[in-house]
Each structure stands twice: as structure tokens, then as C-alpha cells.
Design a protein around this ligand. Structure first.
Ligand code: SF4
Ligand code: SF4
Length: 530
């Protein structure tokens, strides 16, 4: 097999990439007749940043200028790893990380479960096992007594060059943290978590993180209120526009509650919805109004954006944002926080934050999907209004991580008569390719890698789900109840021309519910792709 790299080669100091992608090597997309070619990165990037992993860059780590900088890079990484192995330094995941570092049967079950490894044409650097094994060897060599005494005989050979570190950090951004591999592992090792821990060391100890997650992500969110750059004034204006828009679409004027003290529910959407898919928060306003719920949005900075990119790369940034969400809910005196259609926000606030939201910080938190499915049972709906082929993308963090599998299906069975599953689906789903922050990461030539490798399996699944209705005369809908997944799906639909060739469109779940309301005049415009 081509491009099978030995771990020893990973340390090699060189200016040539270890692996180069070629279309012919990648998993075949049989239904698609041709796809955009791969392009080489410009020299102006490769002479400045380390592209030697796979000729692509997500982070773009500057090439050190001298030996001192090279040594610093290695030293900082080792120091960061040492911290990761202590309870104080790793209050979030120490136990699971140690399981992954101390035990691995090398059975390979995780490899075939990984969509990135399979879609790449089974290049071993993308295997869950490969990345973890590098960290494991560094750990054994430096932080176990057998490694210190017996050297390579106990740890496996590993040489800590600066390029081992830069490539390993880049490689931690070739994993969607979808945790499909963890589900396949007979002893429960979470290789996605190991990728996360490498990112964490890079960010917290070395100041290295993709700018979309850090400067333009968590830092911007804490500074202005949202990682989209939306400030509270802008948010309030958008809410007014939503009220007008809803009136135009439904003939009804709704007062969308904002900062209503004492409401039962604080609903927090991913702010990407307000910028790119306004119909989703509008749909929830209509549905909640008809259900007679006591609810509110918040206009406080961070309170109108459920996004928490810290969950993908930095525990400190993660904690700051999660605590802010809770503080806002407590100030409003709501009974619970409901997170809108966003898998990663659900992971951050509903699941991971559980470790720190105890005692005074406690507040019930849940995904909106079970609530939506309960409401839908009581609404008067006409599913015939959604008579077009619909398939469902399962967001990894909603389904595999949080165990929310049936509610979205119950809704679709009620409102979409031509609904069909992708294969595989539910907890065995494949990531859209935008997981772990990739959906918003567009630096250097990372988009190319994402579309060609990370999203490839999802493209295949979608085409297969619509295999019998591919004619562009039939409009089709990929339902993705997650803001990040929608962003990635929109981008790869454009890359592969799926709208132009096949009229494959996409959108959220609540939109289909409102579209099925007999008194609403066409809520989803299937002619429009945005
Ligand atoms: S978490 Fe997902 S993308 Fe990452 S190694 Fe595991 S299966 Fe592959
Ligand atoms: S499935 Fe688990 S035990 Fe087997 S190789 Fe992967 S991480 Fe190791």
C-alpha cells in the first residue's frame, strides 16, 4: 500500500511531506462523475510554515528559525504533556487519557471505524492508532520508570525532533473527534480524546491553536459576545428582523422574548444560525409560541451564542465560556438551559461541562431535540407539504456522544413522508467532516483536505441515500440538526457541485416542522441554496 509511514520517519527532519494526497488513492465516489482536482500549496506558505505532514496545514505552525527555537518547541511540548498527566493539570479527562496511554491491544478495530482513515485510501498516518501511538511512545519514554530505565526497549523507538512535534500537532487536526473509533475499541480507548489532548497541550502550553478556534473563536466570543462577531446591539436588531420576517411568512406577529426574567427556559442557539440560517431560530420562535412555552433568549454577550470552541482545543477557554452561559441563566432565573440545534454546543454545555457545573454552578441543561419531538406530537401538521426526499445526518455529538437518537427521527416520521435513513446511521453514523471545529476552519489549504478526506464519507452516504432520485428535477433535503454540520454540508455541496448537478439542498429540523404547518405559506424555499 502507498504512503505507509513508519513512526520513525515521523521524526525525520525534512522539507518534503511524509504523505501527498492523490485523487486516485482516495476512497472512490462512484456516483459522482469527476471532482475538482487537488492543488499544490504555494511556495510562500511551504517555506514559512510546516506543511511536511501531508502537504496541507490547518494550524500553520511557523518553521523555527534556529536550533534554540527548535529545542524550545520540544521542551514546551514535553512540559505540557507532564502537566496533562496530573490531576491539577488535567481536571477534565485524566482518567480516560491514562487508559489510552497505558493500554492498547493494537487490535486495529478502531482503524476501520475511522472515516478519515478509510476515506484517505487507508493511509496509516490518519489511523487513530498511529497518532495515539506517537503520544504513547513519548509518554512511555519520558514519564514511566520502565521507559526511563529501558529506553526504546520499553517505549518503542521515538526521537523528539521539532518536526515530530509540529507534525503531531497538525495531525491532531486530522481527526474530527467523532469518537467512532472509541465505540469500536474493545477496551474503550478514546483516540479522539488523545487528539484533543495533543491540541490542548499545544494551545495551553505552547500558544499554538488554529486562529479560527482561538482568536476568531473563543477570544472573540468572550470579547464581543459571539465568535461570529455579533454584538448585543446587532443581536437585538436581528430579533426585530426575525419578528418582521415571521409576520411576512406566517401572517402572524410574534413577540420574541428576550431577557425575560423568570421564564422557564433559556434557549441558546449557535449564533451561526442568526448569520447564515435565520429560518432555524425563526422556526423555533414559531413552534415555542404555538406550544405556549415560557421561554426567552438572552441578549447578554455570550448568552446568545451557544458556541464553545474551547471544547475542541483548550480547557481554560472552554470553562470560561461554559461558566458565562450558566451565570447568564442564573441571572435570568430560568429553570433550565435548552441548547438549540448544535451538536458541539450540546457536547460542551450539556455533557463536558457536567464536570464543573456542580453546587452553585449547577443548572439543568438539555438539547432541544427531545423537547421538539414532544411538542410535534401535539401540533396540527400536514406532512404532505414536505413531499420531497429527505435524509437525516446524525451529528456525532448529539447522537453518539449524548445518546439522542430517536427524537429527531420521531419528528421526521411525523413531518417528512419521503424520509429515508443514510447507511450507517444512529450511533454508527459518520461525521460530516466538520466536527471538532473543522466546519469553521478555512486557513491555508485546509479546506481542500477537509472536502477530499474528512467529508468524503458523508458525501458518499448522501449520494447513496438519494441514489434513486438523483435527477435534478427532484429537489432533495439533507436534514442536519446541527449548525456546525450545516456549515460543513453547505461547503462540501458547493465543492462537489451537488446542488448544481443533483439539486441536493440541506437545512435544519425545525424548518421542516414549520413547513408542515397548514396555515404557513411555504417556509422552506427548495429553489434556493444558501
Ligand atoms: S475520533 Fe473519529 S476521526 Fe478521530 S480517529 Fe476516531 S474515528 Fe477517526
Ligand atoms: S481498537 Fe482500541 S485496543 Fe484496538 S488498536 Fe484501537 S485503540 Fe488499541
Amino acid at each position: 500500500m502507498k504512503d505507509q509511514i513508519k513512526i520513525k520517519e515521523f521524526s525525520r527532519e525534512s522539507i518534503t511531506p511524509l504523505v501527498k494526497l492523490e485523487l486516485n488513492d482516495l476512497m472512490k465516489l462512484e456516483i459522482l462523475d469527476g471532482e475538482p482536482p487537488l492543488k499544490e500549496p504555494p511556495q510562500s506558505w511551504t517555506e514559512k510554515y510546516d506543511f511536511t505532514l501531508d502537504n496541507h496545514a490547518a494550524v500553520g505552525i511557523p518553521i523555527p528559525k534556529n536550533d534554540q527555537e527548535k529545542e524550545e518547541l520540544v521542551k514546551k511540548f514535553l512540559k505540557g504533556l507532564e502537566k496533562e498527566l496530573t490531576r491539577e493539570g488535567n481536571w477534565t479527562f485524566l482518567q480516560q487519557v491514562m487508559l489510552g496511554l497505558d493500554y492498547c491491544a493494537k487490535c486495529g478495530a478502531c482503524e476501520e471505524a475511522c472515516p478519515i482513515y478509510v476515506a484517505s485510501g487507508r493511509k496509516n498516518i490518519y489511523s487513530p492508532l498511529f497518532r495515539s501511538e506517537i503520544l504513547r511512545r513519548i509518554y512511555r519514554k519520558h514519564f514511566t520508570s520502565s521507559g526511563r530505565l529501558l529506553g526504546k526497549f520499553a517505549s518503542g523507538d521515538i526521537e523528539e525532533t521539532w518536526q515530530l512535534i509540529t507534525r503531531l500537532i497538525e495531525l491532531s487536526y486530522r481527526c474530527n473527534i467523532c469518537r467512532r473509533c472509541a465505540q469500536a475499541c474493545p477496551i474503550g480507548i478514546d483516540n479522539g480524546l488523545i487528539a484533543h489532548e495533543i491540541r490542548k497541550i499545544a494551545s495551553q502550553e505552547m500558544g499554538i491553536a488554529p486562529k479560527e478556534l482561538h482568536e476568531k473563536g473563543t477570544v472573540l466570543q468572550l470579547k464581543v459576545g459571539s465568535s461570529t462577531g455579533l454584538n448585543p446591539q446587532g443581536f437585538k436588531r436581528i430579533v426585530e428582523m426575525m419578528e418582521e420576517d415571521i409576520q411576512a411568512k406566517t401572517g402572524q406577529r410574534i413577540k420574541i422574548p428576550v431577557d425575560e426574567k423568570g421564564a422557564d427556559i433559556l434557549l441558546i442557539h449557535n449564533a451561526g444560525e442568526y448569520i447564515s440560517w435565520i429560518e432555524n431560530p425563526e422556526a423555533y420562535a414559531i413552534i415555542f409560541e404555538r406550544a405556549g412555552l415560557s421561554w426567552t433568549l438572552s441578549s447578554e454577550p455570550v448568552g446568545y451564542d451557544s458556541v464553545n470552541y474551547g471544547v475542541w482545543y483548550d480547557d481554560i477557554q472552554f470553562a470560561r465560556i461554559a461558566l458565562k452561559h450558566v451565570e447568564i441563566a442564573h441571572k435570568l432565573g430560568v429553570k433550565k438551559i435548552v441548547v438549540g440545534e448544535c451538536g458541539h454546543a450540546t457536547k460542551a454545555l450539556v455533557v463536558t461541562a457536567e464536570r464543573m457545573l456542580t453546587k452553585d454552578n449547577y443548572i439543568p441543561r438539555e438539547s432541544v431535540l427531545p423537547l421538539l419531538s414532544e411538542i410535534v406530537k401535539k401540533l396540527d401538521l400536514d406532512p404532505e407539504r414536505n413531499r420531497f426526499p429527505v435524509t437525516l445526518h446524525d451529528p456525532c455529538n448529539t447522537v453518539r456522544l449524548s445518546g439522542i437518537v430517536e427524537p429527531q427521527r420521531e419528528v421526521l416520521r411525523r413531518v417528512a413522508p419521503l424520509f429515508r435513513e443514510m447507511e450507517p446511521h444512529g450511533v454508527c453514523n459518520y461525521c460530516c467532516g466538520g466536527g471538532s471545529g473543522f466546519a469553521i476552519m478555512h486557513s491555508y489549504n485546509f479546506d481542500q483536505w477537509k472536502y477530499k478526506v474528512a467529508s468524503r464519507m458523508k458525501v458518499k452516504q448522501i449520494l447513496e441515500a438519494f441514489r434513486n432520485e438523483l435527477s435534478p428535477s427532484i429537489y432533495k433535503y439533507v436534514c442536519a440538526p446541527c449548525s456546525n454540520c450545516k456549515g460543513e454540508i453547505r461547503d462540501f455541496i458547493k465543492h462537489y457541485g451537488l446542488w448544481d448537478k443533483f439539486r441536493i439542498n440541506y437545512g435544519g429540523l425545525a424548518e421542516l416542522v414549520v413547513n408542515a404547518m397548514p396555515d404557513v405559506k411555504g417556509f422552506i424555499n427548495m429553489d434556493e441554496f444558501h
